[in-house]
Design a protein around this ligand. Sequence first.
Ligand code: EPZ
Length: 422
Amino acid sequence: MEYLEITGGNRLRGSVPIGGAKNAALPIMAASILVEGETVLHNVPDLADVRLMQTILGRLGVTAQRDDTGAMRLRVEDEMNVHAEYELVSKMRASVCVMGPLLAKRKRAQVSMPGGCAIGDRPIGLHIDGLKALGAEFELVNGDVLLRAKKLTAREIFLGGPFGSSVTATANVLMAATLADGRTIIESAACEPEIVDLAEYLNKCGAQIRGHGTPEIVVDGVDALKGAEHRVIPDRIEAGTFMIAAAITNGDLELEHARVEHMRAVVDQLRRVGVLIERAEKGISVSSSRRLEPVAITTQPYPGFPTDLQAQVMALLSLADGNSMITEKIFPDRFLHVAELNRMGARLRKEGPTVIVEGVKRLIGAPVMASDLRASAALILAGLIAKGKTRMQRVYHIDRGYERIEEKLVAVGADIVRRQAD
Ligand code: EPZ
């Protein structure tokens, strides 16, 4: 079993290339089920989740391969199979994004109902209700969601849930509506940049989508979509993670390709903490040279502070000069990293969906266990500044969403190695 060994104390300096966004690439790859002809995607990150989506698409008759330039080429070869099985779906929730495209293009979708998740309760009722509103019949068969519809008919659909909008439910309904009869209006739609990127890809394929990036998306159904070429947006969560890496090590980094306009809430909060953030020639420059200020942060749907940076900013604030508060409004139980950070000397106290972060002067290296993708990023960040060595187990979590993270960190001065346990 692999683990990461991090020796803390080095200030990070230099330039980091930010890769394509995992949470844009995955739904766009699923959307290729809708189109005829070839889709060519550039800037698709080389991640475990992307490779898993390639496997799922392969089972569904879609070839998804990289050419020698690294571009991902996708083409529907066979439309017989409509079943995305538990064995694959249980490994990655984002595979639920094949549901809308299968239903719209192949009139049937059989997708395993995703099981439990480390970050908390993640129902898919909004996905199912949205697709039923377009005319699908729904059944639960042996743990599979079975949806059928001879023809989808456009509707006005309210997609707001108990925690606000849903990113992948918006993606599923948006994708299905592209081939529905008439005009669909999605209210309380997710506004994430990844949804905008998906809509822009679909419009290049001939879809008629407007209002993406706002809570009201309008889709005029068309008869068919044709493959297109598209470049996936940079990953704002990877960029945010490296911003915090610069801040926590009092370093100085330039994040190539990162876009300030996708990260306003993050930039705003980190500036309040005392981090210097400027637009730079190739992207964004981030530096810090002093003890950081405490703040109160609440995670929210975009354009609010992203839940996918909650764990990482908690690692940073654990070293601030005073008490901070972090409230998780999207996944109220997303706190498995708290106990692990406390093992490294942080002083974190959970009270319902809020964690009180009492700033300490230093963290100490320790053996820790990653529980999920973003928690593992937070433990690496804590290890970068901790006194001594940190050994993080269950490295497979970080490989799901960060491309070559230790290589990128070593290139700017970190002391981090991947080792095989005896
Ligand atoms: C997307 O997940 C991201 N994943 C997540 O990133 C991210 O944490 C999340 O959005 C929120 O920003 C991908 O894009 C592949 P939601 P998604 O549906 O779409 C509730 C990462 O680290 N809800 O927007 O599954 C839900 O329980 C991952 O890269 C319902 O109640 O999240 C949550 O509380 C982790 N019913 C809230 O809405 C539903 O039918 C937002 O979830 C659907 C969701």
